[in-house]
Design a protein around this ligand. Structure first.
Ligand SMILES: [Zn+2]
Length: 331
């Protein structure tokens, strides 16, 4: 027994001399004090010791164990002081991650800045709306495809749903306020869409409404052309096309030359050369009337745009899903 203990001391001392790294020290610790190490081995021999010698045997093991611990500890502190890197104040610091605004927020702020300059105020409305606010008062007939139960996300069919466009806020504003009304509405909208690179179930629209005496299509064209130049620069080419929307009469589509291909045709503009940016027109007299506005005295224009498309074209982001993804490495 005594021989075993003496042998182990020698073994430890010879091994510890060679140690230069924390890893090799850990290896020795496991070899001596680990679950299947030398000490455990000695303890497992206790059953073979004569009863009168058991006490002395146990004490010897404890002494050895303490000796091993102290030796390992002493060696450990020598290694760590040898391995300490000297303090170097010239090493550059680690740059902390700084936050910044989301491209959608930056775009909303820019657009608000533009429209505020021309006398519009920024407003927001409810995201959960009634069928009446979202469809009926906007002159959308019951058989309009947008009213299909499959295309909208209903909270309670058939009357309460998530707004499918920010035009619902036009209605809420016309009901609440008297003309002159000049508002823009940035906001989230919801449709039952399968997500792909250009569509999502959640998306942003940016809507505008101007109701006053003598508002004409000329006013609408003027502000939208100014707007396109503000967003894409003075050289941007634009065009108006006649287009049908039930809530306006006449209705128009406002397009800008594709910023990705310069009009040559690409997958972003679906090989048309132009990107449809805004749906607009003169507010339908029926919609004015339904919202309590005197349609003989007042007229108005309204426009709405997919904000995500503006964000994508100005930040050169080819996939809409990047805007709604929490992965910071993608954006
Ligand atoms: Zn294109």
């Amino acid at each position: 027994m005594a021989h075993d203990i003496a042998q182990l001391r020698d073994l430890l001392e010879s091994q510890i001399k060679e140690v230069t790294t924390p890893e090799s020290l850990q290896k020795i610790e496991a070899e001596f004090l680990g679950r299947t190490g030398h000490i455990s081995n000695l303890i497992s021999q206790i059953k073979n010791i004569a009863p009168e010698n058991k006490r002395a045997y146990g004490e010897n093991i404890n002494q050895l164990k303490n000796y091993i611990r102290e030796t390992l500890l002493a060696k450990g502190s020598t290694i760590s002081s040898n391995n300490k890197t000297p303090l170097d104040l010239t090493i550059p610091g680690i740059r902390p991650q700084s936050g910044r605004l989301h491209p959608t927020t930056i775009t909303i702020n820019r657009l608000n800045y533009f429209f505020r300059y021309y006398g519009f105020s920024v407003t927001d409305g409810n995201e959960i709306v009634t069928n009446r606010i979202n469809f009926e008062l906007l002159n959308l007939p019951p058989d309009h495809p947008a009213r299909d139960l499959q295309d909208s996300l209903y909270i309670e069919e058939p009357n309460i749903l998530l707004r499918t466009h920010t035009s619902s806020v036009e209605v809420e504003t016309m009901i609440k306020e008297k003309p002159p009304i000049r508002v823009v509405v940035p906001g989230r909208c919801f449709r039952n869409e399968t997500a792909n690179s250009t569509n999502g179930a959640v998306f942003y629209q940016y809507e505008g409404l101007y109701v006053d005496e003598n508002v004409t299509m000329g006013n609408l064209k003027w502000i939208l052309e100014k707007f396109a130049k503000f967003v894409y620069g003075d050289k941007i080419k634009t065009r108006f096309r006649a287009k049908y929307y039930p809530q306006v009469e006449p209705g128009a589509g406002f397009d800008v030359l594709c910023t990705f291909c310069g009009g040559e045709g690409c997958s972003v503009c679906k090989y048309r050369g132009y990107i449809e940016l805004i749906g607009c027109g003169m507010v339908h007299p029926n919609a004015l009337k339904k919202c309590g506005v005197d349609n003989l005295k007042y007229s108005g224009f309204a426009f709405g745009m997919g904000l995500d498309r503006i964000v994508m074209t100005t930040f050169n982001i080819p996939d809409i899903r990047v805007l709604y993804n929490g992965d910071l490495c993608l954006s």
